[in-house]
Write a new protein. Sequence first.
Length: 95
Amino acid sequence: MSSDESCAEQKRMEVPERDKKSRSTNFLEILFKCECDDLTCLKLIWVSTDEYAHTHRKNRHFIVIPSHVNTSREAVLERFFNYAVVEKFFRGASS
């Protein structure tokens, strides 16, 4: 096996492992801006389009970098290897 074939085989093996770390079966991932409380945050997160749509079905659910979670203003609903899904608490918002 050539080194190119070996590299290609390694990449094929990596995709399913990466996918196991989210609930999505869609392999199309794109960069989204972190949706944390820091309005100056410009960090980007790789998230599948399915996961992004699933998270935003509820208007108080957002995707943030795990280290950007603010537990005084949001609850972590799920954690994945590169992002967390949180529910934000807004003043006057009913549950």
